[in-house]
Ligand binder design. Structure first.
Ligand code: ASP
Length: 306
C-alpha cells in the first residue's frame, strides 16, 4: 500500500522581528520545496529531511550553517542530528566549526559509521574522510551576526537575565517527514544560542531532546531555549505521548505546556506520526513553519491551529 507523504519544517521559535518575517517565510517555503522534490517522487523520508534542512542551513536567515549566531568568542559552532524512524539509526555532530552543512556530516555518520555521535575536531575529521568539504570558520560568519554579538556584549549587564532565559535567539531549523513506504525521519540543525560559551552543546543535536524519530511513535524536531528542552528530553516525551494513542496535534501542544509548567522553558515543536498526522506548537511570539502533503501546502509564522 502506498502511503501519502507528508513533510513539515520549522525555522525557529522566538520573537522573530517584523523585518525578518518575509525572509523566514521564504526560507521555510524553499525548504518545503527542497524536501518535497525527494518525497514527491517516492524518495525516502530520511533524504527529504536532509534536503529540507540543507536548504535552511544554506539560507543566511536562520541560525544554522552560515549566518548562525556567534558564540562568546565570535565563532560559529554548529550542532546537528538526523534520525531514521524505521531503523532508529542516527547521526549527530556537535561543536563543529568548519562544516557549512552539518546535517550532511550527520547523515554520513548515520549511513557509514558504527558510531552515532561525533564532536569537534573528530567530527570534522570524520566528515573530511567521507567527502564533506571543510571550510574556514570565517566563511560561516556574516556581518549581521558580528554586529548582533557586538551589541549583545556591549549591553551585557542589561542582557544578564537573557543568559538564563534567552528569548532573542531561537532560529534553529528542523524537518520531519513521512514517505510513501510509511517510514518517518527527523533532522535538526543549529548554531545554538547567541553568545553561548564555547563548547556548549544545546538540545538540538541530542537524540530525544531536539530531534527524534521512531516509526512506532513519532518524528519530532524542537527549537527554543535548549537547556530546559534537554532536561525534559522533550522530543521523546512528545513522541511517547503519540505512542500511547494521542494525536500529534495534541501531544505537540502538551509538550510545550509541559516545557513551560515544569521548567519555565519556551520553544516550539513539530511532531509527525507514521499515519501522517502532525502537530505544530510553540509558546514563543512566533515560529516559522511550513508543511506539504499531496492535498495541501501551507506556511506561516504565527500560531498554527491545525
Ligand atoms: N535549541 C537551540 C539551542 O539551545 C536554539 C534554538 O532552537 O534556536 O541550542
Amino acid at each position: 500500500m502506498t502511503i501519502d507523504p507528508v513533510l513539515v519544517v520549522h525555522g525557529g521559535a522566538w520573537a522573530i522581528p517584523d523585518g525578518m518575517v518575509e525572509a523566514h517565510l521564504n526560507g521555510v517555503r524553499s525548504a518545503v520545496a527542497a524536501g518535497w522534490r525527494v518525497l514527491g517522487r517516492g524518495g525516502l523520508a530520511l533524504d527529504a529531511v536532509e534536503e529540507a534542512v540543507v536548504a535552511l542551513e544554506e539560507d543566511d536567515t536562520f541560525d544554522a550553517g552560515r549566518g548562525s549566531f556567534l558564540n562568546r568568542d565570535g565563532k560559529v559552532q554548529l550542532d546537528a542530528l538526523i534520525m531514521d524512524g524505521a531503523t532508529l539509526r542516527a547521526g549527530g555532530v556537535g561543536c563543529v566549526e568548519h562544516i557549512a552543512n552539518p546535517v550532511r556530516a550527520a547523515r554520513k555518520i548515520l549511513s557509514e559509521s558504527p558510531h552515532v555521535y561525533f564532536v569537534g575536531e573528530g567530527a570534522e575529521r570524520f566528515a573530511a574522510e567521507h567527502g564533506i568539504p571543510l571550510c574556514k570558520n570565517e566563511d560561516l560568519i556574516i556581518p549581521r551576526e558580528v554586529e548582533r554579538l557586538r551589541e549583545f556584549q556591549a549591553h551585557a549587564e542589561e542582557h544578564r537575565a537573557d543568559l538564563f532565559a534567552p528569548t532573542i535567539s531561537h532560529d534553529t531549523v528542523g524537518a520531519v517527514a513521512l514517505d510513501s513506504d510509511g517510514n518517518i525521519a527527523a533532522a535538526t540543525s543549529t548554531g545554538g544560542t547567541l553568545n553561548k560559551a564555547p563548547g556548549r552543546l544545546g538540545d538540538s543535536s541530542l537524540i530525544g531532546c531536539g530531534c527524534f524519530a521512531d516509526n512506532k511513535t513519532a518524528a519530532a524536531s524542537t527549537t527554543g531555549w535548549g537547556e530546559p528542552i534537554m532536561k525534559l528530553v522533550l522530543a521523546k516525551w512528545a513522541a511517547d505521548r503519540v505512542a500511547s494513542g494521542n494525536a500529534p496535534e495534541w501531544a505537540a501542544a502538551e509538550a510545550i505546556d509541559y516545557l513551560k509548567t515544569r521548567v519555565n522553558g519556551h520553544g516550539g515543536i513539530i511532531l509527525l506520526d507514521a499515519r501522517g498526522r502532525f502537530g505544530i506548537a510553540h509558546n514563543t511570539p512566533r515560529m516559522a513553519w511550513g508543511y506539504k502533503t499531496n492535498k495541501e501546502e501551507n506556511w506561516g509564522i504565527e500560531r498554527k491551529d491545525l
